[in-house]
Design a protein around this ligand. Structure first.
Ligand code: NDP
Length: 489
């Protein structure tokens, strides 16, 4: 019982042996062109951007700033490749996908390291989550490639054509896998635009595709900034756009495509409620809440960023939560002991800092554990806000950082009202020991995914996506094939 009486704010010192992952197996080129028609080419724009390590601000590589002409060349390559690829028997397409999945597994350590260097996430997460889950998506959709008529019996399962895919910086390789695997399994070809701050695993993936002997033009990767993404969205010969990112850009894309024949799926932001009832297993719930908001520095669209805790247990729960925050290790993402890594970019750090300042000025009570942050790089201390009102901006807007807004409730109805008081609808978490209450809550929560007594669990066979301002369309599972086939809507 000694642990329970420890004051919440006392830092707990553990001695950790240094466990830094070596980077000598990683070979990052000085500069990368665009990957079009099966090989790297100099960008027609002749322009390059820099990729930095957000943990050190060190330069990692130059990469192409794709222009409209680069996008045009990539779309033409994808169009030329579409005929042969789409008519290849499904079992043959599956062989390529299985090969890609196996090669990702073989080179998992290298991919994990590059993901961590380029994006700032802890190596433990890149190694144990991002890369294996990306490989699992390729394995999963390889399995569907020759069974499409069973996925949608009696319906037309022809591919849509050329898919333009735009991905964000929080899970660069995994988002690539979510997008490319179902598109290829169903016989489409692809032009992918990675995020400006995290292009490197996509470029490493392009090298892997060459080794896998994927036919040229089936996957094209054009790096660049938002303008490169906009050029892809506007290209008239793209049949479908799949976008993951901010709600603001998602809305702009929807406006561009409105009235055209081009299809669209959007996976946008969220402000997920994480609801803890009085009968929840408390220690497990604390771990779940910590995982829900501090995993990947809170750069997670489905992050459980609003904690709703039953008023009866709130003091005890918050004390435990504060105590747990004191044990989180923030720092070098390459250290296998690290729990919370670097913020992805200077811009994102500024956005988090601004919203946290708003939280303070609106009257919420901020709690941060004692935490010494590295002097170089972009860092933010794990943060709790207590006494948050529903009208506060930190309760309404996506912070996309390690910041949790805590509120309380008295009855299940009140929990539902507060949870659903958001324009988003991506995910939610419920902690209770009553199965019937989980089902009652899941029926009423406006969220695409509801986790019960757990959080942030992903499986390729399980569809993921939101509604309202969190977007539409599903990725993962049989549902994830739908946006890439015709005649099933
Ligand atoms: P964006 O929505 O700007 O970025 C997502 C992707 O879209 C990137 O590849 C980006 O390119 C590209 N893009 C940017 N502008 C356009 C455009 N006009 N047309 C087509 N593509 C475009 O997200 P941000 O990086 O600006 O992050 C802002 C906020 O968005 C975050 O603070 C967070 O709240 C939210 N977000 C949500 C994500 C989610 O998974 N739901 C993921 C990322 C961010 P580039 O990187 O080169 O700008």
């Amino acid at each position: 019982m000694a642990a329970l009486t420890t004051p919440a704010t006392t830092p707990i010192e553990f001695e950790y042996v240094d466990s830094r992952e070596a980077t000598d197996i990683v070979g990052i080129n000085d500069s990368y062109g665009v990957f079009v028609d099966g090989s790297f080419r100099k960008p027609l724009s002749k322009k390059y951007l820099d990729s930095l390590n957000p943990a050190t601000e060190e330069h990692l590589a130059k990469f192409a700033q794709g222009s409209e002409r680069d996008i045009d060349r990539a779309v033409s390559a994808a169009r030329d490749a579409f005929g042969p690829w789409s008519t290849l028997p499904g079992a043959e397409r599956a062989k390529y996908l299985f090969r890609i999945a196996r090669m990702l597994q073989e080179r998992a350590r290298e991919f994990a390291l590059v993901e961590t260097l380029d994006g700032g996430k802890p190596i433990r997460e890149a190694r144990d989550f991002d890369v294996p889950t990306a490989a699992a998506h390729f394995f999963y959709y390889a399995g569907w490639a020759d069974k499409l008529e069973y996925a949608f019996p009696g319906l037309d399962t022809r591919p849509v054509g050329v898919a333009g895919q735009i991905i964000p910086w929080n899970f660069p390789l995994l988002m690539l896998a979510w997008k490319i695997a179902p598109a290829l399994a169903t016989g489409n070809t692809v032009v992918l635009k990675p995020a400006e701050t995290t292009p490197l695993t996509a470029l490493l993936f392009a090298e892997l595709l060459v080794e896998a002997e994927l036919p040229p033009g089936v996957v094209n990767i054009v790096t660049g900034d938002g303008e490169t993404g906009a050029a892809l969205v506007q290209h008239e010969d793209v049949d479908k756009i799949a976008f993951t990112g901010s709600t603001a850009v998602g809305k702009a894309i929807q406006r561009t495509l409105a009235g055209t024949r081009r299809r669209l799926t959007l996976e946008l932001g969220g402000k997920a409620p994480h609801i803890v009832f009085e009968d929840a297993p408390m220690d497990q719930a604390v771990e779940g809440v910590v995982n829900g908001i501090f995993f990947n520095q809170g750069h997670v669209c489905c992050a459980g960023s609003r904690l709703l805790v039953n008023e009866a247990i709130a003091p005890q729960f918050i004390a435990k939560l504060k105590r747990r925050l004191n044990t989180l290790r923030v720092g070098d993402p390459l250290d296998k002991n690290t729990d919370v890594g670097a913020i992805n970019s200077r811009e994102q750090l500024d956005r988090i800092t601004d919203l946290v300042a708003v939280g303070q000025s609106e009257g919420a009570e901020m709690y941060q554990p004692e935490c010494s942050l590295p002097s170089q790089g972009y860092w933010f201390t794990p943060t709790l806000f207590l006494g948050v009102a529903q009208s506060h901006r930190i309760a309404r807007e996506e912070i996309f950082g390690p910041v949790l807004s805590v509120m309380t409730f008295r009855t299940p109805d009140e929990a539902i009202d507060k949870a659903n008081n958001t324009p988003y609808g991506l995910s939610a978490g419920v902690w209770t020991s009553k199965g019937s209450r989980i089902l009652w809550m899941a029926d009423r929560l406006k969220a695409g995914v509801v986790w019960a007594n757990t959080y942030n669990k992903f499986d390729p066979s399980s569809p993921f996506g939101g509604y309202q301002e969190s977007g539409f369309g599903r990725e993962g599972g049989r549902h994830g094939l739908l946006p890439y086939v015709q005649g099933v809507h």
